[in-house]
Each structure stands twice: as structure tokens, then as C-alpha cells.
Write a protein that binds this ligand. Structure first.
Ligand SMILES: Cc1cc2nc3c(=O)[nH]c(=O)nc-3n(C[C@H](O)[C@H](O)[C@H](O)COP(=O)(O)OP(=O)(O)OC[C@H]3O[C@@H](n4cnc5c(N)ncnc54)[C@H](O)[C@@H]3O)c2cc1C
Length: 390
């Protein structure tokens, strides 16, 4: 029945409340747009960033440092990235990290009061983003997955979904939609990925969007076999062993994940121990990624001294670089009125064919969110009163 439905109208509808969606919503609202944000879970705890710590591609605007930052990823990514996009993302990320500092994000400081801005702790970051989104006047629909886009021959004009707590259907008619539903790591059991089932890709594809870089989207992360935390960077300090204590040759090399995969597929359990981590950095590793240690602490395992079984978890487009193809600097897609940001969008522009994990994805989420929020608000402004005649 109609009265049981929730019917809203807005200038911009943002689907997804991870960092990309939150930045898109804040940016559009600050431009004067009326914004609704719908998340499948809860803006602040849902998605890949909220339960994690993320390194951020934060590079000071000093020519030599910036050039080096771009060069290394350009080479790793098979020279497929785009220098102009790298510049834009570096600039926007630098600005956004400055805004986070202004809004009160507790960046750690060195002895001389200088802030360390190369990383963000997910819970604090997303709590702050929720507060900021609310302050900007955005209407948030938590526990409200979008199920389909509302579209006609002129493009996308909103979306429909369901409020999972009440079963009520929702419809938001909007001039523009930002798709920020994250990547797809379906059934991977990787931390924060339970909600990342690729819905945004499906909805965008149904509306006629194109995709790019999907061939670079089969990333797997290393995790303890008993836990969901995929912090592969820490395994640079690991040696890998079989049950009898003999070394797994090649597992610690650059192609190590392929070696681990082959062993696991052949039914041989692989064990790890972070025995290569120098004593002096061990406490720092704990501070940098406290959630990495939580499953070990719970099981009474000291990962620096004890062997623990590992597995590989599919992280799909959460770490791989593929996603919705964007056609211009505002993160517009091929479909009029539809914008894409964060892991929902392709990250080839800044990563080429190499994973965006470790720093680039977080930078991309906040900067593409800002670009898309700005672009969507501008699109709505241009449509003007005609918006609500559709
Ligand atoms: C364990 C782990 C560690 C990581 N560490 C790093 C790192 O150190 N550095 C780095 O750069 N990157 C890292 N990443 C990747 C990074 O977390 C992601 O790139 C980032 O979260 C992308 O932000 P997003 O907003 O696009 O997506 P997400 O943060 O995943 O948010 C997507 C949101 O969309 C919502 N959603 C999904 N479907 C729907 C729907 N149908 N309707 C409504 N809402 C929907 C979800 O509920 C979720 O809230 C890590 C990822 C993982 C899993």
C-alpha cells in the first residue's frame, strides 16, 4: 500500500555510507543540494573502512616527493594510470585530510606537535564522518539497501529499496545519484566485507553503465585461518612454514601469495610467524593496526613467536582496481545523472592494474566521493525545477 512506503525527494541521492558516500554527501550538501544517503547497514560501522585502519595516499605538495609517489605506482600498475588523475587525487586527499584535522580527527602527533596524517583508524574516522554528514543536513537512511535505480530514457532519477528493520519500501526521487556501494568481495568473510555484495555494480549495469579494469579484480588477502583481518602488508615480516616446521620456499617472496594458494589448493596447510619483524618496531605495528592483533589476543597467540595457520580471502574489487567506468572529472558515468565513487568506481585511473590497497583506495574513496558529490550537486542544479517533473 502506498501509505506504507517511504517517499522522499532530493537533489542528490547517495547510495552507500562508507567514506566515499559520506564525502559525496557532505560535498553535495555543502554546495546547497538537498541530500539523502541510504546505507544497507549503518553509516559509521558498515563497509570495508569502518572496522579497519587504513593507510592513506597522503603526500605533501612538494614536487619531488609527489613525483616519486606517482612514479612507483605507475610502474607497478603496468603504466596504465593517468598522471592528471593522480595529481587531482593527491591534491584532493591532501585537502580532505586537512578538513578531517579541522573537524577534530585525532591524528597522532610527534614530540614537536606535528601530526602524522598517513593513516586513519576506521572507527574514529567513520564516527566523525557520520557526525559531519548529519551536521551538513543530510537525511540518512540506515539499514536501507537500495535494490534498483529508477531510470528512464533520460537517465537515472533516484532509487528504490527496502528498510530492513520495518520491511517498509522506500523510494527516493532525485536529480542525480552517486553510487558508492563499495567493491564486491562476495562471501569472502574478510573484515567489513559482509555488506559488499556488488549490488551497486548490478544496478549500474542494469541502467547501462560500463565497467573498466575488472580483469584486475581477483585480489586475495592473507589472513589467519581463524580470523577475518586481511592485513597483507604485515606479512612482509612473516616466514611461512609447513606443519612439520619446514620452510615453505618462495612464500615470503613477491609472488608468495601464489605459492601459498598452490599449497592450500593441494590440501597442505600453511603456517606463518612474524619472526622477521625487528624487535623495535613490534610495538609500533600494534599501534598502527590494533585490529590486526585482536584475533591473536583472543586466542592467546603471540604472532611474533607462535606459528598460526593462514588462509587467503577473496577481496575482489575491494582491493582490485576494477569498477564502474567514469567518463569525466566529476566522476559521471555513461548514464546521465549517475555518478560513481570509491570502490564502486574503477581505480585504474590512479592504480593501473595494481591493487589500490594499502593507501590508494582510501585516498580515492575520499577524493572521488568529493568529486562525485560536487558533480552530482551541479547536475541537479542545472536540471533545476524540471527535476521533479520526471
Ligand atoms: C581489512 C581491510 C583493510 C584495508 N586497508 C586499507 C588500507 O590500509 N589502505 C587503503 O587505501 N585501503 C584499504 N582497504 C580498502 C578500503 O577499505 C576501501 O577501499 C574503502 O573502504 C572504500 O570505501 P567505499 O566507501 O567505496 O566502500 P566501503 O567502505 O566498503 O562502503 C560501502 C558502503 O556501501 C554500503 N552498501 C553496499 N551495498 C549497498 C546497497 N545496495 N544499498 C545501500 N548501501 C549499500 C555498505 O553497507 C557500505 O557501508 C582495506 C580493506 C579491507 C577489507
Amino acid at each position: 500500500m502506498r501509505e506504507q512506503e517511504l517517499n522522499l525527494s532530493a537533489d542528490v541521492l547517495v547510495i552507500g555510507g562508507g567514506p566515499a558516500g559520506a564525502w559525496a554527501a557532505v560535498t553535495a550538501a555543502r554546495k546547497g543540494a538537498r541530500v539523502v544517503l541510504a546505507d544497507k547497514g549503518y553509516l559509521g560501522t558498515s563497509g570495508a573502512t569502518a572496522p579497519s585502519g587504513t593507510g592513506v595516499w597522503y603526500v605533501k605538495p612538494e614536487a619531488a616527493v609527489r613525483e616519486e609517489a606517482k612514479r612507483s605506482r605507475y610502474t607497478l600498475g603496468g603504466q596504465l594510470a593517468d598522471a592528471q588523475w593522480m595529481n587531482r587525487v593527491l591534491d584532493q586527499t591532501y585537502d580532505n585530510m586537512g578538513m578531517l584535522a579541522k573537524w577534530g580527527y585525532p591524528f597522532p602527533e610527534d614530540g614537536r606537535g606535528r601530526q602524522h596524517r598517513r593513516g586513519l583508524q576506521g572507527p574514529e574516522y567513520m564516527r566523525l564522518m557520520r557526525r559531519t554528514v548529519k551536521r551538513a543536513g543530510v537525511k540518512i537512511l540506515d539499514h536501507s539497501p537500495a535494490l534498483e535505480l529508477l531510470a528512464d530514457e533520460y537517465g537515472v532519477g533516484g532509487a528504490a529499496g527496502v528498510r530492513t528493520r520495518s520491511g517498509q519500501a522506500w523510494f527516493v526521487r532525485a536529480a542525480a545519484v552517486v553510487m558508492a556501494t563499495g567493491g564486491c568481495a562476495f562471501l569472502s568473510k574478510a573484515l567489513g566485507c559482509n555488506v559488499l555484495t556488488g549490488d551497486g555494480y548490478l544496478m549500474a549495469a542494469e541502467a547501462g553503465a560500463e565497467f573498466s579494469g575488472m580483469e584486475f579484480s581477483n585480489a586475495y588477502g592473507i589472513a589467519p585461518a581463524f580470523a577475518s583481518v586481511t592485513k597483507t602488508a604485515y606479512y612482509q615480516y612473516a616466514s611461512f612454514y609447513y606443519e612439520d616446521g619446514t620452510l615453505v620456499e618462495g612464500a615470503g617472496s613477491k609472488q608468495g601469495r601464489a605459492v601459498i594458494a598452490r599449497n592450500l589448493l593441494e590440501g597442505r596447510q600453511v603456517y606463518a610467524r612474524l619472526d622477521l619483524a625487528p624487535e623495535e618496531i613490534r610495538p609500533l605495528l600494534r599501534v598502527g593496526q590494533s585490529n590486526f592483533f585482536l584475533p591473536f589476543d583472543r586466542c592467546g597467540i603471540d604472532p611474533f613467536h607462535d606459528l598460526f595457520p593462514v588462509t587467503l580471502r577473496l577481496e575482489g574489487t575491494v582491493r582490485g582496481t576494477g569498477g564502474i567506468h567514469i567518463v569525466d572529472a566529476s566522476c559521471a558515468t555513461k548514464v546521465p545523472g549517475l555518478y560513481a565513487a570509491g570502490d564502486a568506481a574503477t581505480r585504474e585511473l590512479i592504480c593501473g592494474g595494481f591493487t589500490g590497497g594499502g593507501s590508494h583506495n582510501a585516498a580515492w574513496a575520499m577524493s572521488s566521493g568529493s568529486f562525485a558529490g560536487d558533480g552530482a550537486a551541479e547536475y541537479a542544479r542545472r536540471l533545476g525545477p524540471r527535476t521533479h517533473q520526471r
